[in-house]
Write a protein that binds this ligand. Structure first.
Ligand SMILES: Nc1ncnc2c1ncn2[C@@H]1O[C@H](COP(=O)(O)OP(=O)(O)O)[C@@H](O)[C@H]1O
Ligand SMILES: [Mg+2]
Length: 224
């Protein structure tokens, strides 16, 4: 079976004064392309830490991460930035849209920074906003959108450059259950229709049944 991302014996310690928190202990996971994986576990179990390490935002204390069979844990920050920019998208719990830009401009921002041609930019932005069902809200500023709509703009922003792999850290935590389920169904749709690979964290059991795989963490360890 093909593997997009693989961790080998990942450990991550955080030193706090004289204490050491073992946030991840010997974590071995494999993510197949074209799947929706959910990281589940109580608050403090290590979900965000694992996601940050898998997304090359943080480095493990020991262990390795392979992306397309290439080890990325020991690459320079520049190389890791490049992989992140080219191949990965991120959606966070608090949406962090730019308040003075409308939905269209928020989604366009990264493409503009990357110097994508205006015509292509326009097509990609409209496609992404249409995909999340916001084609009629393109001119709205974040404060004119509901929480669920803002999160959908954030998702459009994360998919606009067509990354292979999307990380979403509790993307539904600040939404009501119905809106949250809508977001997860949208992820399901992105995986099924666009062949994206999505890894999201949640502690909501009602979301879990929509996943292809569930990885459960307890005190930094993967449990079956
Ligand atoms: N930057 C940090 N400094 C110190 N401890 C941290 C840091 N980040 C996370 N931790 C600790 O690591 C453990 C796992 O945290 P986290 O990955 O955020 O869990 P989750 O996302 O599942 O709630 C917790 O005990 C947390 O307090
Ligand atoms: Mg977390």
């Amino acid at each position: 079976m093909a593997v997009l991302l693989r961790t080998v014996d990942i450990c991550r310690d955080f030193k706090q004064g004289s204490q050491t928190v073992h946030a991840l202990v010997d974590v071995n996971v494999s993510i197949q392309p074209g799947t929706l994986t959910m990281l589940a576990g109580r608050s403090g179990s290590g979900k965000t830490t694992l996601m940050n390490i898998a997304g090359a935002l943080d480095r493990p204390t020991s262990g390795q991460i392979f992306f397309h069979d290439r080890e990325i844990s020991d690459l320079s920050e520049n190389k890791r930035d490049e992989i992140r920019r080219k191949s990965m998208g991120f959606v966070f719990q608090s949406v962090a849209l730019i308040s003075v830009l409308n939905a269209y401009e928020n989604v366009e921002f990264g493409l503009r920074m990357a110097g994508v041609h205006p015509k292509k930019r326009d097509r990609l932005v409209k496609e992404a906003l249409t995909f999340v069902g916001l084609e009629r809200r393109m001119k709205h500023k974040p404060h004119q959108l509901s929480g669920g709509e803002q999160q959908r703009v954030a998702i459009a922003r994360s998919i606009v450059a067509r990354p292979e792999l999307i990380f979403a850290d509790e993307p539904t935590a600040e939404l009501d259950t119905k809106t949250g389920l809508r977001i997860v169904r949208l992820f399901r749709h992105l995986v099924d229709e666009e062949k994206l690979t999505i890894i999201m964290t949640t502690h909501d059991p009602s979301m879990i049944e929509l996943a292809d795989n569930v990885i459960r963490l307890e005190d930094g360890r993967v449990v079956k």
